[in-house]
Design a binder for this molecule. Structure first.
Ligand code: RUQ
Ligand code: CUA
Ligand code: CA
Length: 635
């Protein structure tokens, strides 16, 4: 018997010829005698990257890749399977999610951040970009990060449970947009994994809350921020000219590059479009850290984070400069690093071009061997209207989303470089495919690692119009999966995505190694046995310790007094994969789950007298409906 049969007719005591009329509770769980230990079916073979691409995953088969996508202003992160497009998980991050109790349990509230009165500081966010931690130039599955553009925060998701474990608010930024982890240390060759995460500030801000500077945009600036990947503490910031949008890091750990669309420091869009060229700003990480060590930093506003000056005026000599501003046309959007580590590709947005900046020439510029920042540019091909983001196949080709043309364009890097050098016959654009409609982000399987495998490309389209059944004024988004394994791109399938994912990454399944059962010892308050359940009272603070084992809580009744501050600590002692219990209390806004061997707690004020049922909200057993108890609140 497997857990899939859980709650089957036989288990429910329905008479079946030749079987007993009534079953004991173990049999009712549907799992007794199944020999199931801690794990059920998680053997995931490595993805065969040489197998032909497919558009379908048959029932019972597993996907070859995880796709981690942001959830836009839903504040969450989504996990899809590739190539099926099936939604596998939604990870609440900056949003409140009663399915898991995110923003409701004490543990999640602590991660999200509280006001002095104990309520959530923020209940919403705007996620755009998800990126994973690297070892040796490819994903190691340890962490994933996502930004909150709305409230200037960086969140980390741990790879083992795929749950958010830390959120850091970045000081003195608004509109924190692009983020990217570093891929190795710029100085220490032994550190070949991610230890920093870089964050770009998109909106320029004043560094004071009062006085004339608040209103004067000339006094505003944007900060580039480095956050420690392990501690999630803000390490340092750099003040820049203009703004920052998206971010890419080099494979040698030396640089982070960010596109700038508002070098004008405009406050309205007309002003932001004035210049023919904006920039891609490159940060020299080792020099920035040396400058901070040498005490060349200052602080801004109330923040104690060390800041160094990365403005043009302060960085005139390339041999000591912290920053390099490469002029690129016009209001660029998106910068992506090619998997061979050689080029930064910056999309033109208002210009029909992409700008290719050479990593090697950037290094030369910082050594003082090039005169003009434009000397680092090695190609600027015309590719189509509204270029936004670029993915890579690992065979020297780029795939850029064209928002206005509603296309993905495939073009070749070497050919673009040859054309820039004067080869008029160079065939730069190799293919175009219509997408439906108006693509924003596009990204390829393993495309932002040195293991880019050139199999799948996802086009995250911003408008779906007629692709799905209409559901009122707001349509769902279309994510389109495209086969890029051959010369011509081939549309494989559409799938829906609830509004609205921006960026994503497609990660080979063998890179993600999740645990299916929690560690009891991860929680200091874990109730290790039903016999340990108890009620502790200290003045008007009451803590109720409970366990859940299908189909019952260790206490089916407890009494508190009206006005008490009640904390429920609940441990799920079941050890079977996927056997999750819920806990909801009528009229008290309490609703959360505990996964196998997990402990969670909630705190609330018992303000209404009377009898209130608490019950299991997550289907766990044939007697799931019977899994409940009573809280008596004495007047
Ligand atoms: S940015 S398309 Cu964050 Cu491109 Cu959304
Ligand atoms: Cu426990 Cu449903
Ligand atoms: Ca501009």
């Amino acid at each position: 018997m497997s857990t899939n049969e859980l709650g089957s007719k036989a288990d429910l005591g329905v008479p079946i010829p030749g079987r007993r009329r009534f079953l004991n509770t173990a049999a009712l769980a549907g799992i007794a005698g199944s020999g199931l230990g801690a794990t059920v079916v998680t053997a995931r073979a490595a993805t065969n990257v040489n197998a032909p691409v497919k558009s379908e995953v048959k029932p019972g088969e597993l996907d070859d890749y995880y796709l981690f996508a942001s959830g836009g202003h839903s504040g969450e992160v989504r996990v899809y399977g590739v190539p099926s497009g099936r939604t596998i998980k939604r990870i609440p991050v900056f949003n409140v999610d009663p399915m898991v109790g995110w923003g409701i349990t004490n543990e999640s509230k602590k991660i999200m951040g509280l006001k002095p009165d104990g309520s959530l500081k923020y209940m919403t966010g705007d996620t755009h970009h998800v990126h994973g931690s690297y070892t040796d130039g490819t994903y190691d599955g340890k962490y994933f990060w996502v930004n909150d553009k709305l409230n200037g925060r960086l969140a980390r998701i741990r790879g083992d449970y795929l749950e958010c474990d830390q959120i850091t608010e970045v000081p003195n930024v608004q509109g924190f947009h692009g983020l990217f982890p570093d891929k190795r240390d710029p100085v220490d060759p032994k550190i070949n994994h991610t230890t920093r995460v870089f964050c770009g500030g998109e909106f320029h801000v004043p560094f004071t809350a009062a006085g004339p500077d608040v209103k004067d945009p000339k006094k505003y600036a944007c900060l580039f921020t480095c956050i420690d990947a392990e501690t999630m503490q803000v390490r340092w910031q750099v003040k820049v000219d203009g703004n920052m949008d998206l971010c890419a890091t080099s494979y040698d750990g030396k640089y982070a590059a960010l596109n700038q669309y508002n070098t004008e420091n405009g406050v309205v869009y007309q002003d932001m479009m004035e210049a023919e060229r904006d920039a891609c700003v490159v940060f020299d990480i080792a020099r920035i850290e040396a400058a901070i060590k040498a005490g060349k930093s200052f602080t801004l506003g109330d923040s104690k984070v060390p800041v160094v000056d990365g403005t043009k005026a302060a960085n005139k000599d390339p041999r000591t400069a912290l920053t390099l501003y490469v002029p690129v046309p016009k209001n660029p959007h998106g910068v992506n690093m090619s998997p061979d580590g050689k080029y930064y590709v910056c999309s033109g947005k208002l210009s029909p071009t992409a700008t290719v900046i050479s990593h090697e020439l950037v290094q030369k510029w910082f050594k003082g061997e090039l005169k003009d920042p434009r000397d680092t540019v090695v190609a600027e091909p015309e590719i189509g209207l509204g270029p936004l983001h670029t993915g890579f196949d690992g065979r020297g080709n780029c795939y850029t989303s064209l928002f206005l043309d509603s296309q993905i364009v495939k073009w070749n890097l070497d050919k673009a470089i040859a054309q820039y050098k004067g080869d008029k016959a160079a065939q730069v654009v190799l293919d175009r495919i219509d997408v439906h409609y108006q693509p924003g982000h596009t990204y390829c399987s393993m495309g932002e690692t040195k293991e880019a495998d050139g199999r799948y490309l996802n086009s995250g389209n911003k408008f779906s119009k007629d692709r799905f059944l209409p559901v009122g004024p707001l349509h769902v988004e279309t994510e389109q999966l495209i086969d890029i394994s051959g010369d011509k791109m081939r549309l494989l399938q559409d799938h829906t995505a609830y509004c609205e994912p921006h960026d994503g990454i497609i990660v080979r399944r063998d890179k993600v190694r999740t645990k299916q059962i929690c560690e009891l010892s991860d929680h200091p308050l874990a109730v290790k046995s039903p016999n340990d359940s108890r009620i502790d009272r200290k003045g008007n603070k009451v803590t109720v310790y409970l366990t859940a084992i299908a189909p019952t809580y260790s206490k089916t009744e407890f009494t508190v007094k009206r006005g008490d501050e009640v904390t429920i600590v609940l441990t799920n002692l079941d050890k079977v994969e996927d056997l999750t219990h819920g806990f909801g209390i009528q009229k008290y806004n309490v609703n959360f789950i505990v996964n196998p061997q997990q402990t969670a707690s909630v705190t609330f004020k018992a303000e209404h007298a009377g009898m209130f049922w608490y019950y299991c909200t997550h289907f766990c057993h044939a007697l799931h409906l019977e899994m409940r108890g009573r809280m008596i609140v004495e007047a």
